[in-house]
Ligand binder design. Structure first.
Ligand code: BTN
Length: 250
């Protein structure tokens, strides 16, 4: 933890050579854990992505989950996915990359995915008990390590920069940025973070296809809603808030 300039995040860091999934492990300890507890693994054997997909997690990446305990309503939990994306964007910019955000949770560099975020929560009807914010960052490995199906759409920091980046420094930078945004999130109106998100996003203004388990919609992405959803203007002119789904640029 030397060099970590945070007050809340990473005061307790649990490091593992290997875990099935840092999110799964974090959920087993989250009830009793201090806010800001970080779980990080060198390798994940059963890393999970959104929508039930596997998340391939070889040595060299940052596979990390953070336990957060904000006093918020369950309906606002998706906001933290956007907060996580903002922090990743700042850390990537600091090492010279030019990243963008794709709704709801992808961080892209040169149009390819470099980071994925999986936010999971435990909640009562009106109160969040804890949130596990899972970050998967393709740091120091070659995309050849990834399965063929996702290789073309993915990239890594070392592939983009042509050099390895200090893992610990990157984790510290990420936790620092995340803490700044998290404090902002807890104390200031969310609208400011929504604006920042839109500024860093390449989704807004695009024609998109949204696929959810129950339907498929086409339209133009015109904004982000206060709950962290995507505002879609459909071809008939009506608008709809999409809370989750797959977003495909067309
Ligand atoms: C996505 O589908 O884009 C989300 C990927 C999230 C991957 C991270 S890696 C650390 C944490 N543990 C997991 O099992 N998943 C998340």
């Amino acid at each position: 933890q030397a060099g970590l300039e945070t007050d809340i995040l990473g005061k307790d860091i649990q490091h593992f050579m290997e875990l099935e999934s840092t999110n799964d492990y974090a959920k087993t300890i989250a009830g009793d854990a201090k806010e800001g507890t970080v779980v990080v693994a060198e390798v994940q054997k059963k890393g999970r992505g959104r929508r039930g997909f596997d998340w391939v997690s070889p040595q060299g990446g940052i596979w990390m989950s953070i336990v957060l305990k904000p006093s918020i309503a369950p309906a606002d939990a998706s906001r933290l996915t956007l907060v996580g994306g903002l922090a990743v964007i700042d850390s990537l910019k600091a090492i010279g990359l030019n990243p963008s955000l794709k709704w709801p949770n992808d961080v892209l560099v040169n149009g390819k995915k470099i980071c994925g975020i999986l936010t999971e929560m435990e909640a009562e009807i009106d109160r969040v008990e804890y949130i596990v914010l899972g970050l998967g960052i393709n740091l120091n490995f070659n995309t050849d390590m990834l399965p063929k199906e996702i290789r073309d759409g993915s990239t890594t920091i070392s592939d983009e920069l042509g050099t390895y980046v200090g893992r610990l420094e990157f984790v510290h930078s990420l936790l620092y940025n995340l803490e700044q945004y998290y404090i902002h999130f807890k104390t200031q109106p969310f609208e400011e973070l929504m604006e920042r998100w839109i500024d860093s996003s390449d989704t807004i203004g695009r024609n998109v296809r949204i696929v959810t388990p129950s339907k498929m919609m086409k339209g133009r992405a015109i904004g982000i809603t206060p709950s962290g959803g995507l505002l879609l203007q459909k071809n008939d002119g009506s608008t709809e808030e999409i809370m989750s789904g797959r977003c495909i640029y067309i």
